[in-house]
Design a protein around this ligand. Structure first.
Ligand code: 13P
Length: 342
């Protein structure tokens, strides 16, 4: 497994200065909720039309090195019949695939979840490879509450995440490892830091147990933030301080890139926080600090589009603008004034 020229090439194509990843891999229930908010019924055709609108935006290849797709998108085409996977590769963007099957209640841990999808994974990976995917994603979730996350949830989720990552590498895919400590709750930023540190320690122990080669993985973590219902917001500098401290304590230097999720932050918050972290990059920060956003890249475009083909150009302009600003933050060159530029 090490060195491995195929995995090395995928990492090289994904981890590039000024570029990051778009997560467009919402499961059917999630995309159905998001489309409903803009008044669009979720059907295979509306999901295709929406994602085709996003992915055919001219110029996104400058800012995006990879896009994570949902299973059905691998088989879908643009209005003129070009496979969406080909639309990406033509722009120099690597297609990836979400391979987990979502979360279910974890017995013995009231209110907590475990991610499923290991059964049959090796066979599914073969079909995804034939359709052009080169990297994968699996997401675990952790809820901060009274007594949660429990040891059981932390250990069980780390174990399945590591089994997934090992299976992905064995099949020639670079795994994105996504342990998401959710934003929900009224906890303060220190509590989020404590939980994220514990979760990440467990994840890296499990990856080691399963022989996962860290050089060929990407980490997709939450930023360290106060809970959504906490009375005080944190400044980008506070978020950067807490997040980088936790990551330094837990993530080995062999990991090439950390691609944050946006996790319910507004696009402006997610961009400003990523920017603050990149402004602090120094010799104590061994990894690239990039993005793998879904909502923080897509939200303005989805609201403008709202199912109307005549709004596609305007929605694409909004999407390209968010890609530009987020890519600037990935270089530590974003300013809030850039939000107003057309
Ligand atoms: P958000 O950026 O909307 O949190 O989504 C990232 C993602 O892919 C969650 O799995």
């Amino acid at each position: 497994m090490f060195p491995d020229t195929q995995l090395e090439a995928t990492v090289r194509d994904l981890v590039q200065p000024g570029r990051g990843i778009l997560a467009a891999d919402e499961s059917i229930p999630t995309i159905t909720r998001r489309l409903a908010k803009v008044g669009v019924e979720s059907t295979e055709e509306t999901r295709r039309a929406y994602r085709s609108m996003l992915l055919t935006t001219a110029g996104i290849g400058e800012y995006l090195s990879g896009v994570i797709l949902f299973e059905e998108t691998l088989d879908q085409c643009t209005d003129d019949g070009t496979p969406l996977v080909e639309v990406l590769t033509r722009q120099g963007i690597v297609p990836g695939i979400k391979v987990d099957k979502g979360t279910v209640p974890l017995p013995g841990a009231p209110g907590e979840k475990i991610t499923q999808g290991l059964d049959g994974l090796a066979e599914r990976l073969e079909t995804y490879r034939a359709k052009g995917a080169r990297f994968t994603k699996w997401r675990d979730v952790y809820v901060i509450g009274t007594g949660t996350p429990s040891r059981l949830a932390i250990e069980a989720n780390a174990e399945v995440l590591a089994r997934y990552a090992a299976a992905a590498q064995a099949a020639g895919f670079v795994p994105i490892v996504e342990p998401e400590v959710l934003l929900d709750g009224d906890h303060d930023i220190a509590r989020c830091a404590e939980v994220t540190e514990t979760v990440l320690h467990e994840v890296y122990h499990a990856l080691h147990r399963h022989g996962v080669v860290l050089e060929y993985t990407l980490l997709k973590p939450n930023m360290v933030l106060p809970g959504k219902d906490h009375p005080a917001r944190a400044t980008p500098e506070e978020v950067a301080d807490h997040t980088l401290r936790v990551l330094r304590r837990t993530v080995p230097a062999a990991v090439p890139s950390i691609n944050f999720l946006s996790g319910g932050q507004t696009p402006e918050e997610a961009t400003a926080n990523l920017d603050a972290m990149n402004r602090r990059r120094d010799a104590t920060v061994p990894w690239e600090l990039s993005f793998s956003y879904a909502r923080a890249l897509q939200h303005p475009a989805m609201e403008i589009w709202a199912g109307r083909a005549d709004k596609a150009a305007e929605a694409q302009a909004a999407f390209l603008h968010r890609c530009q600003l987020t890519a600037a933050a990935r270089r530590g060159q974003y300013t809030p004034a850039m939000e107003r530029a057309a």
